[in-house]
Design a binder for this molecule. Structure first.
Ligand SMILES: [Zn+2]
Length: 185
């Protein structure tokens, strides 16, 4: 699925299970980590060799960080960052796998070609795939993303903070004030 979908679902789940701002940030990041290679691919795509970059990206994107080994490395890193909070590391592992599940469900190409995940990489190249996978740009992904976005805004109004708080508390206050005024009863 799209990065935005992963971001909103990870934020919403992190918001339920995290015990402080830092953990919320770490857990949200855990849910978008598998797609981190989008950044260099996008940046390099502007350098003029975009088709080569797209080809490499499509070949390796569901391989490099969409696997069990990456989940273990992430969980170990979270253990270090949280001074051995096993519960947070376990949630990072779960949120990471939620990303993989979403990708298995809705990441097919426009022609219906299934985009598998190399879950056992680098120990095995056996692809993991779901035959009912719908296209990346299909309506279920749009509906799911819009629903997650709407729920994120609803929660921001209710709780008084939004994902923007991970970047700037001041900008977050302005955002929450704006939506609170906009959706005032
Ligand atoms: Zn992904």
């Amino acid at each position: 699925m799209h990065l935005a979908t992963h971001f909103f679902v990870s934020w919403l789940l992190a918001d339920v299970v995290a015990e402080n701002d830092r953990e919320r940030c770490i857990l949200t990041f855990s849910g978008i980590l598998p797609d981190i290679d989008i950044l260099p691919a996008t940046l390099m795509g502007f350098s003029g060799r975009s088709q080569t970059i797209i080809d490499v990206y499509q070949k390796y994107h569901h391989v490099l960080a969409h696997n069990f080994t990456a989940a273990l490395i992430l969980s170990a890193a979270v253990l270090l960052l949280t001074r051995r909070k096993y519960k947070t590391a376990l949630w990072a592992f779960i949120i990471f796998h939620l990303h993989l599940l979403f990708d298995l469900l809705g990441s097919a190409g426009p022609d219906g070609s299934i985009w598998a995940i190399n879950y056992l990489y680098p120990f095995s190249q056996t692809p993991l795939e779901f035959n009912g996978q719908w296209a990346l740009n299909a309506w279920p992904n749009i509906i799911i993303t819009l629903a997650l976005m709407a729920f994120t805004i609803y929660q921001a109004k209710r709780k008084g903070y939004s994902p923007i708080s991970m970047i700037s508390k001041k900008a977050d206050r302005i955002f929450v004030e704006t939506i609170s005024n906009r959706f005032k009863r």
